[in-house]
Design a protein around this ligand. Structure first.
Ligand code: SF4
Length: 472
């Protein structure tokens, strides 16, 4: 059987704020994992439209497309084209789960929710010629999850080929987050087995890893075991976590000893009432400064995530948020305009109160205001969003922010990291065009490593070497 997996380009990847490096970071790991369920004699390919051209002149037995909200139109177009030629098309992913009826109009089969159990069931039925229209997961477990088919990924096209996911979902319930709607109807947070994680990590070449989990600290016991086992594997890694989970000295120390060097942190708002209203009750604004300093003290850089357009926000929110992030030395920030994604509680609430004013999914990219706000107009929200970015990434503010670190080395690292990420787009474009992203990996590892902190590969037996021994 010939199977073609496609990740269609997000609409924003073709727009004015296109930054080639942003769309060349991570390979389509979800599709590579689905490919892991195929039989040895199946032929598979993965096409990621962000980094390569899609040719639709072929005639595979099956086309599987992952659909995000801002790639939905493109995904449907590709699906329609293949179906018109008689190719069987299956659609899955966040947007398919949110709006199954819409997606079903462009597919022979749709898969909603996490696919670990539904996808192999679909494959078995498809081989028998008895595939159904809809598959949803009956059980939620990562036991028996195959390793992703990384051999199908064109590694040289990505800055972070070593992205990895060891859990699904998140234990929290923020009303604007896709996580809750995607995992609705079953367990919404679960992890892979520790041994499987270690084997997968061990097979990744180089030192750098990026955990794409929503919340790598989400299961404390699992995280502690994972980090203890990774100690001595010589890795440097990045990931994402909540403010609350960072406040745990033991967990944070274990993470740093295993190679944690940079963390994406969901601060979202400096207004606690707004956070409570949106179900983010685990965030306490009074903890923010402590969380930042606990990370910085251990040499962990921060990518802060912030959302504009929560109900208590007014015109002052953009500069105040940006200024706070600068003043405490947060290295990079990701700003968003609140986006009520279909399927989320927020969307349903705003729909009911007639606050949604635009149903063009292309604009659901966290850069457009698509709902009415009590104090801010659409223009004010969108302009404020862009100004927050502009202000945060002004050279003078980068320098000022770097000064909050106590050592010269950390200040230099701050400037180098932000400069490389935000200020040399033409260089990234050239490196990507020349397919030489691998040249950027050693400097990135060096930057993340920092000075004087080592997680060297130890001669001592690690748990993973014991696993290999046990496997003979
Ligand atoms: S903590 Fe983050 S990942 Fe978890 S539900 Fe909230 S926004 Fe989503």
């Amino acid at each position: 059987m010939v199977v073609k997996f496609i990740l269609p380009a997000l609409i924003e990847a073709k727009e004015r704020f296109w930054r080639s490096i942003k769309y060349s970071l991570f390979p389509p790991l979800g599709l590579a994992t689905l490919a892991g369920y195929l039989a040895d004699d199946d032929i598979a390919e993965i096409i990621d439209e962000h980094v390569e051209e899609l040719d639709t002149d072929d005639h595979p037995d099956l086309v599987a497309i992952e659909v995000y909200i801002t790639s939905a139109k493109r995904a449907y177009k590709i699906a329609d084209k293949y179906r018109a030629k008689g190719v069987y098309v299956v659609l899955g992913g966040l947007h398919v789960t949110a709006l199954p009826e819409e997606a079903a109009r462009h597919a022979d089969t749709i898969v909603t929710g996490p696919a670990e159990e539904a996808w192999p069931r679909f494959l078995a039925d498809f081989r028998k010629g008895k595939a159904e229209k809809l598959y949803s997961s009956n059980t939620r477990t990562l036991a028996g999850l195959p390793l992703p088919r990384r051999d199908l990924i064109a590694k040289e096209r990505y800055l972070v080929p070593n992205s990895i996911v060891v859990s699904r979902g998140c234990p929290h319930g923020c009303d604007f987050c896709y996580s809750n709607s995607f995992f609705r109807g079953g367990k919404h947070f679960y992890t892979a087995t520790l041994d499987r994680c270690l084997v997968e990590i061990d097979r990744l070449s180089g030192r750098h890893l990026f955990f794409l989990d929503d919340n790598i600290f989400g299961d404390r016991e699992f995280a502690l075991e994972l980090f203890a086992s990774m100690k001595g594997m010589g890795r440097v890694w990045q990931g994402a976590a909540t403010v609350k989970s960072i406040l745990d000295d033991k967990l944070l120390d274990a993470a740093v000893q295993s190679g944690l060097r940079s963390l994406f942190v969901g601060f979202e708002s400096l207004n606690e009432q707004s956070l409570l209203k949106h179900g983010k009750k685990h965030n306490r604004v009074g903890d923010y400064d402590r969380a930042v300093s606990m990370l910085h003290k251990r040499g962990v850089m921060i990518n802060g995530s912030f959302v504009f357009g929560l109900d208590a926000d007014d015109k002052t929110v953009f500069k105040a948020t940006s200024e706070w992030a600068i003043s405490c030395g947060i290295e990079t920030s990701t700003f968003h305009i609140l986006t009520p994604y279909p399927g989320t509680d927020l969307f349903n609430r705003y729909l009911k109160s007639q606050r949604i004013m635009d149903f063009d999914w292309d604009k659901y990219d966290t850069r457009h205001a698509i709902f009415t706000h009590p104090f801010l107009s659409k223009d004010e929200l969108e302009e404020g969003y862009w100004k927050a970015y502009e202000y945060f990434y002004k050279w003078s503010n980068i320098l000022r922010s770097s000064m909050s670190h106590e050592t010269f080395t950390k200040r230099l690292r701050h400037i180098a990291y932000v400069g490389a990420w935000k200020k040399i787009d033409p260089w990234w474009a050239m490196i990507i065009r020349l397919k030489q992203l691998k040249l950027a990996v050693p400097p990135l590892e060096q930057l993340l490593q920092g000075k004087g902190r080592q997680n060297q590969r130890k001669g001592a037996r690690t748990r993973v070497s014991a696993l290999h021994d046990a496997a003979g």
